[in-house]
Ligand binder design. Structure first.
Ligand code: FAD
Length: 414
């Protein structure tokens, strides 16, 4: 099918929306992105990572430039707190890695730069999508402006409006834990640092969950020693009936899904800091203790039976929502868009292309979900205490948690 006469609307101008726009524009499709935020999507992001090979691919596809600032990580130590090994903790085992970590903001800035401004409509919120009889899709904005597209991709994140419109029965499922995150400039900690080229995983002395710590470059793009930023992210089990209390911000409003930087009440911050500093080695406690403006993301998953209904498609986190351990935040939107291009090229109607595309997205999405559940079991509910276990036990635990589950039969068991 020729791309020239296909008009595509993309709802959401974050990672998935911009990735899809760049790839589709490159193929000659007529693309418009609608992003509800009228400001650059910076200032909220922390660290994010992906494999070296995927980063190379997205560079080769023109999504990010050669000046993209990132750190290479080559090792992942598993560390536990014990008095005899303070302040850095005891390493049970360390696994070699080939992984890149960077600022979420840096990724978005590069992607955004590669979507021409006349194709990116910032400050436009989509409130409705209607399927017309001729199988075209009409999008309606908050200001009641309407525009018709041959194909619409909802890239509007885990709480997707597009998903609610086409699959209203599908609901997010709370996984029983949150991700509490923070950033601290490297120069706030005085002594030498054992973090160079590493992603650390710190267990909490037999309790569920763990804390991930690594360096990322500074938000201004500097990456030299002394100017880096500690990025930490703590998975903490929280019963569902305590969520509202945790997500009540400093103004007394109950937040849904996220508690952004700067909004945490001092009592919540104190409670979380106390919990973490009791359970991780002293050096990392200090990083957490000194962090200001930490924030919370609630962890949900959502399974789907389809990635599209007629000519409305879901990409990125608007599709199947998986656990963050799978590291698929960068991958999903890119992969959804690459597959879409291949399918549109190989079929002579949009309908046939979407049928094929749907099968591929479901397979990948469900595989990621299965892997995510298996990793969740190991990293949250059956987390080892790295202060106590030997290398062999840790190796086996790791291998079992990340090998793709052939006969997947795990059901959540908290
Ligand atoms: C500002 C921001 C910072 C983030 N920081 C991190 C981070 O540091 N680390 C990490 O791992 N993940 C982060 N995430 C989440 C991460 O981007 C996603 O998990 C993943 O990359 C998938 O991206 P996505 O494009 O599918 O969805 P998202 O990144 O969630 O983007 C969805 C986009 O759709 C827009 N949108 C939603 N509804 C509408 C509508 N009705 N009309 C128009 N636009 C709409 C939103 O404003 C948003 O820009 C962040 C997300 C955002 C938006």
């Amino acid at each position: 099918m020729t791309s020239k006469n296909i008009k595509i609307g993309i709802v959401g101008g974050s990672i998935a929306g911009c990735s899809a726009a760049i790839l589709l524009l490159e193929q000659g499709y007529d693309v418009t992105v609608f992003e509800r935020s009228n400001k650059p999507l910076v200032g909220r992001g922390g660290g994010i990572g992906t494999t070296t090979s995927l980063l190379e691919k997205i560079k080769n596809d023109g999504l990010i430039g050669n000046d993209f600032v990132q750190f290479h990580t080559s090792e992942m130590p598993f560390i536990g707190k014990t008095q005899s090994h303070e302040p850095y903790g005891r390493t049970a085992w360390s696994i070699p890695l080939d992984f890149k970590v960077f600022q979420w903001n840096e990724l978005w800035k590069h992607l955004r730069k590669n979507v021409p401004s006349n194709r990116y409509k910032a400050g436009i919120k989509i409130v409705k999508a209607n399927l017309n009889n001729d199988s075209k899709v009409e999008l309606t904005t908050e200001n009641n402006k309407r525009e018709v597209f041959d194909l619409v991709l909802f890239a509007d994140g885990y709480n997707s409006l597009g998903r609610q419109i086409i699959f209203p029965d599908k609901k997010l499922e709370y996984r029983g834990y949150i991700l509490w995150r923070g950033l601290l400039p490297e120069n706030k900690i005085s002594n030498s640092c054992p973090l160079e080229n590493k992603i650390l995983r710190l267990s909490y002395q037999d309790k569920p969950g763990h804390n991930v710590v690594y360096y990322i470059p500074n938000s201004d793009g500097t990456s030299d020693k002394g100017n880096r930023v500690f990025n930490w992210a703590a998975y903490i089990a929280i019963p569902e009936d305590e969520l509202n209390n945790l997500l009540t911000d400093k103004n007394g409003n109950i937040r849904q899904g996220t508690l952004p930087p700067g909004y945490m009440s001092s009592s919540t911050e104190k409670k979380l800091k106390h919990y973490l500093t009791q359970n991780i080695p002293d050096y990392y406690s200090e990083i957490v203790e000194k962090t200001v403006d930490s924030y919370i993301q609630v962890i949900y998953t959502l399974d789907l039976d389809n990635y599209h209904k007629d000519n409305i498609c879901l990409i990125g986190d608007a599709g199947i929502v998986v656990q963050p351990f799978t590291g698929s935040g960068v991958f999903k939107g890119y992969n959804n868009a690459k597959d879409l291009i291949d399918c549109l090229k190989s079929k002579n109607t949009i309908e046939k292309a979407l049928k094929l595309w749907n099968e591929k997205q479901l397979k990948t999405g469900k595989n990621l979900l299965a892997l995510g559940e298996q990793m969740e079991k190991a990293f949250i509910w059956e987390q080892l205490d790295f202060a106590k276990v030997d290398e062999e036990t840790t190796k086996k635990w790791w291998k079992d948690s990340v090998s793709f589950p052939e006969n997947f039969n795990y059901s959540k068991n908290k």
